[in-house]
Design a binder for this molecule. Structure first.
Ligand code: PRP
Ligand code: URA
Length: 224
């Protein structure tokens, strides 16, 4: 059973070279608890933060290193350090805020920009209400973060928005994705790599991911 599920996800990954599905056991375990309707806001927030940190670990795999030397208590060691990449973390408000601290624990020097979008409940189209970005956004590797990729409208709007401001290198990190959302981002956003912990079944008539985890923002912040 488990083997079949994992291979189905890998199959999805193979269909889209820019989609990375994170099958790590720790991620899958934490995601299961996150999905549970009985998980309260405190634990939900902790899990979103931990998952974001684990995702950042994978999403930074291609960062460049430079050689250096370090004096250990025993001898000189030839080692490697990060080549000083400039990173911007861009949460899509509100729910993306829950992922910020987890990413910053691994990449403390990253700048944080904010894109405020909400999904109109009737049309399911994104409505923009706020934006504040680092001034040098065009020189930074960007991690857009949002727990949910449903229709893909919000993520695609955020990518377009950032491109209009000069952004070049863009990655999208989500916890749960619907196939519809992935298709939309792949279709409308060139050269954006999508990292997700899972690809769920479909969207329901209200645009919610099935099985998903419900409304991520409401579960993070205790609203309804
Ligand atoms: C949720 C979620 C995404 C968006 C995904 O935010 O956090 O931003 O919906 O849906 P889409 O892929 O169909 O655009 P929401 O609009 O509910 O706002 P919130 O974060 O303030 O709760
Ligand atoms: N936004 C959410 O928070 N959850 C969904 O399932 C879809 C959009």
């Amino acid at each position: 059973m488990v083997t079949r599920e994992v291979s189905a996800r890998m199959q999805y990954k193979a269909d889209h070279p820019n989609v990375v599905v994170m099958d790590h056991p720790l991620i899958q375990h934490k995601l299961s608890i996150l999905r549970d309707v009985g998980t309260g806001a405190k634990e939900f927030r902790e899990l979103v933060k931990e998952l974001a940190m684990l995702m950042a670990y994978e999403a930074t795999r291609d960062f460049q290193l430079v050689e250096t030397t370090v004096t250990t208590p025993v001898a000189e060691a030839n080692t490697y350090v990060l080549a000083g990449k400039k990173v911007a973390v861009i949460p899509i408000l509100r729910a993306g805020l829950g992922m910020v601290d987890g990413i910053l624990e691994l990449i403390p020097a990253a700048k944080v920009g904010h894109v405020g979008l909400y999904r109109d409940p009737e049309t399911l189209k994104p409505v923009e209400y706020y934006c504040k970005l680092p001034g040098d956004i065009g020189e930074r590797d960007i991690l857009i973060i949002d727990p949910m990729l449903a229709t893909g409208g919000s993520a695609a709007a955020a990518v377009q928005f950032l491109r209009d401001k000069g952004a070049r290198s863009i990655n999208l990190l989500v916890l749960v994705a619907a196939p519809e959302g992935i298709e939309e981002v792949v279709r409308s956003c060139e050269n954006v790599r999508i990292y997700t912990c899972c690809v769920d079944s479909h969207l329901n008539d209200h645009g919610y991911i099935v099985p998903g985890l419900g409304d991520a923002g409401d579960r993070l912040f205790g609203t309804r």
